[in-house]
Ligand binder design. Structure first.
Ligand code: HPA
Length: 249
């Protein structure tokens, strides 16, 4: 059956399924950029069709630098998607970005390297330089903020996302540098996802959940289990917010 979902949710760490959504079917599409992280999961919520894609794979086996971002975004475009909410688990750098805080960033700085980061790789017959002044789409950002307000859920409106290469976490000096650059949060999956979405003309915004203080910002040693405590607690809000934003996107 041909489906035409206009909305997509890209799941990050902690979001490998969409609870509360009626699942219609899953399809594993082929793209000329290779395979997506997992099958596309088509579902319905309050009469709206949507597609869900966990970027780390169903069983979270793909580290950030090995994700095929080009295939993922291209497959969503091929499926007919117009707007994307991308969930990102991040570290908090500035004081307002404490663990469990939510943020809808409005800017991004790219520190990644060696990733396939463009569809305009020279194989086309034209060169294209997209406008990326405002990397996140205002419509999707505003809907996320509107949904949070309707739930009385505190959320940071704006913030600079620093996208690092990983998979290791940063040094304290690297986080100090990111803060001097103006970053509020740090994560490993924000780029090239955001610019590939823009190259394809997709409306894209991030819903970021802070799961730890970034390196050097607390005395706590960063372990997977300490991140998981904040992740599990924060995901309750993320899931509630996603269900509230889907019908209004
Ligand atoms: N750094 C980079 N990526 C992350 C972090 C962090 O501290 N926490 C969650 N993703």
């Amino acid at each position: 059956m041909i489906r035409t979902p206009e909305i997509a949710v890209i799941g990050g760490t902690g979001l490998a399924d969409l609870e509360g959504i009626e699942i219609l079917e899953s399809q594993w599409p082929t793209t000329r950029f290779g395979e997506t992280s997992s099958p596309l999961i088509f579902g319905k919520f309050k009469g709206r069709e949507l597609v869900f894609l966990p970027r780390h794979g169903k069983d979270h086996h793909l580290p950030p630098h090995t994700i095929n971002y080009r295939a993922n975004l291209f497959a969503l475009k091929q499926a007919g998607v117009r707007s994307i909410v991308a969930m990102n688990a991040v570290g908090g750098i500035t004081s307002k970005m404490a663990p469990r805080q939510l943020c809808v960033p409005d800017q991004i700085i790219d520190y990644t390297y060696g990733r396939e980061h463009t569809y305009f790789d020279g194989s086309q017959d034209r060169v294209s330089h997209i406008d990326f002044t405002m990397p996140y789409h205002p419509n999707v950002r505003n809907k996320l903020l509107e949904a949070a307000a309707s739930l009385n859920m505190p959320i940071n409106d704006g913030g600079v996302y620093g996208a690092t290469q990983g998979p290791r976490l940063e040094t304290a000096a690297e986080i100090n540098k990111l803060e001097r650059d103006g970053c509020d949060i740090v994560g490993m999956t924000g780029m090239p996802e955001a610019c590939l979405a823009r190259e394809l003309g997709l409306e894209y915004a991030s819903l970021s959940l802070v799961v730890n203080w970034a390196a050097g910002r607390s005395d706590e040693v960063l372990t997977l289990s300490s991140l998981k405590v904040h992740l599990d607690a924060g995901m309750v809000n993320v899931r509630e917010l996603l269900l509230a934003v889907i019908p209004i996107l």
